[in-house]
Write a protein that binds this ligand. Sequence first.
Ligand SMILES: Nc1nc2c(ncn2[C@@H]2O[C@H](COP(=O)(O)OP(=O)(O)OP(=O)(O)O)[C@@H](O)[C@H]2O)c(=O)[nH]1
Ligand SMILES: [Mg+2]
Length: 238
Amino acid sequence: MKISVVIPALNEEEPIAAVVRDCLATGLPAEVIVVDNGSTDRTGDRARDAGAKVVAEPIPGYGRACAAGIRAVSPDCEIVVFLDGDGSDCPEFMEQLVQPIVRDEQDFVIGSRTRGKREAGSMNFQQVFAGRVAGALLRLLYGVRYSDMCPFRAIRRNALEKLGMKEVTYGWNLEMQMRAARMRLRILEIPVDHRCRTGGESKVSGTLRGTFVAGTRIIATLFRVAAERSQRTLKMRK
Ligand SMILES: Nc1nc2c(ncn2[C@@H]2O[C@H](COP(=O)(O)OP(=O)(O)OP(=O)(O)O)[C@@H](O)[C@H]2O)c(=O)[nH]1
Ligand SMILES: [Mg+2]
């Protein structure tokens, strides 16, 4: 099956080339798409030199960048893999993510950093805790078990397109998990290893502002998507 990798990136000139090369070295993707979300450094050039197709999304937003990446995948792409551009996800797990989809056993396979081996300092307490809390809430809402909001994931392209993703910033990862569960996709979570970023600076969990902005967006997404569900249920009961 034809696999496309989408990497949202903002000012990742140090780690991005190795991330792209490591993805290509797995021999799995037909293309690696880096979405440069208005970087002020040489992220785009470095990604291109390493063999990625680079698309620009000038309006800031993690989710917006992911959506731009999806629009840029080749028409014959069948599986989309997402991962971060900071070198913290381990592309050697890509095969484990895509194989269950290739074998037609799953539609959505997501990594779990909390269940995998984590390099010391690669995830802080708040990230681990938030992943567990989100997992518990999604289990209550949809009966699906998640233990993380890991950005490293693979999804069947036609299923992804049916999800109707709307989130434009940091709630994107959680929204995909909620919509996939609600659509009753076949979902598998597998432990993946996780490293500290391999260069550059943290935009999210490593800063107070980033943690606050991302945390607020994630909570807002949780309520918004959960509320859609109850509105639908109410309409159906009427
Ligand atoms: N497109 C886009 N990507 C972003 C934005 N903010 C962060 N990213 C990317 O999202 C990924 C996660 O951001 P990080 O800064 O690594 O956040 P983190 O993983 O919580 O923090 P670290 O501990 O430093 O790894 C990286 O690939 C960033 O380049 C954004 O506003 N737009
Ligand atoms: Mg990171």
